[in-house]
Design a protein around this ligand. Structure first.
Ligand code: HEC
Length: 115
């Protein structure tokens, strides 16, 4: 019985560690851009506020129906620390981690997926 319990704890620990490792990899991709998948970056970095399908919720705006140029302009503004709306401070740390290529990838992905 103790062995079974012990195994369960180890399995939970392993799952937990692999979840953290996965998040760390996605986070690094967002910073470096590279060939990373915009959908994965969105899921890891943006969906918790803007929703899995970018519909937004409460004071988090929808990102649907917006042009890539508009989205990219906004992300550049947040990265530069410029106030856009009343809650821009929530976007500063997020956009601060994005390089130009990742901003373009994310903006194109959102505009194409949710026109
Ligand atoms: C901590 C919550 C949070 C996270 C995470 C987040 N956002 Fe935001 N986002 C906001 C809020 C709040 C606003 C509105 C800010 C304002 O008032 O200017 C916003 C605004 C935006 C806007 C401007 C929308 C418009 O219509 O003007 C874009 C584009 C955007 N976010 C993209 C992203 C992307 C891409 C990511 C992931 C890399 C992301 N956001 C992650 C909270 C978040």
């Amino acid at each position: 019985m103790q062995n079974v319990k012990g195994y369960g704890a180890m399995t939970r620990l392993a799952i937990c560690i692999s979840a953290i490792a996965t998040y760390a990899v996605l986070d690094a991709q967002a910073v470096v851009a590279g060939e990373s998948d915009a959908a994965e970056i969105f899921a890891a970095e943006c969906a918790q506020c803007h929703g899995r399908t970018a519909r937004g919720m409460a004071s988090f705006p929808s990102l649907r129906g917006k042009s890539a140029e508009y989205l990219s302009d906004r992300l550049h503004s947040y990265r530069a620390g410029e106030a856009v709306g009343p809650n821009s401070m929530l976007m500063y740390p997020v956009a601060g981690d994005l390089d130009d290529k990742t901003i373009t990838l994310l903006s194109d992905y959102l505009a194409e997926t949710y026109p």
